[in-house]
Design a protein. Structure first.
Length: 218
């Protein structure tokens, strides 16, 4: 068969893509989004990674799968150091940075802001811990786990507006919700999402106030 015809065959191109490192890593993340841990683990471990970015994404995938398989999983000290180091890199370096930040939030139970106005080549990034003020805001997302239908009750105390951002397990933004008025509730319908673990962040005046996870099971 003519080589030119092969190169333009969409099925051939798809086969080539899914046998590359990025193809396998993408396959792993799609499987994680569908909560198929076995398929995700297989695709991730078989990714022919070469570059440091590919290696870090593969490593974060591995640690994410450990957490997905056991939500009570305790990250070792070495794993925590790995994740914190990657989380402190500039977000523009790769998707692994966002993924590692999600996991750091899980095991530190802390709210961390990262300053991503950094030089990519220099890999410079600074972090700062939110300083807790005297205002105690309340948020309650329920039920959790849920089937994609949920409610968020909130009390912003002295503020009149906030936003909630919903992310998948790989750190991709799914949707942004606006919380209006000082106190109230919003109904959230994400029935289109597949089974799995998702994360949400609540920000008031661009300050991160709360990070937590949602589990969708049907």
């Amino acid at each position: 068969m003519n080589s030119a015809l092969i190169s333009h065959n969409p099925f051939h191109l798809r086969s080539i893509f899914y046998n590359t490192a990025i193809g396998k890593l993408t396959e792993a993340q799609l499987a994680m989004a569908n909560f198929d841990i076995s398929a995700a683990s297989s695709a991730n471990s078989s990714a022919p990674v070469i570059s440091s970015v590919e290696q870090k994404q593969q490593r974060v995938n591995t640690l994410t799968l450990k957490y997905m398989d056991d939500r009570n999983y305790q990250f070792s000290n070495a794993e925590q150091v790995e994740l914190k180091n990657m989380a402190n890199e500039c977000l523009a370096k790769g998707n692994y940075v966002c993924c590692s930040r999600n996991l750091v939030d899980v095991f530190t139970h802390a709210i961390i802001l990262y300053d991503d106005e950094c030089e990519i080549e220099g890999n410079v990034s600074r972090k700062k811990q939110i300083t807790h003020d005297s205002v105690i805001r309340a948020f309650n997302l329920y039920p959790n786990p849920n089937n994609g239908i949920m409610t968020l009750d909130y009390d912003l105390i002295t503020d009149s507006e906030a936003i909630m951002k919903l992310f998948d397990v790989t750190g991709n933004l799914i949707r942004t919700y606006t919380l209006q008025n000082t106190k109230g509730s919003i109904s959230i319908n994400e029935r289109n999402l597949t089974n799995g673990i998702y994360f949400y962040s609540i920000l008031v005046k661009e300050n991160l106030i709360k990070n937590d996870k949602i589990v969708i099971i049907r």
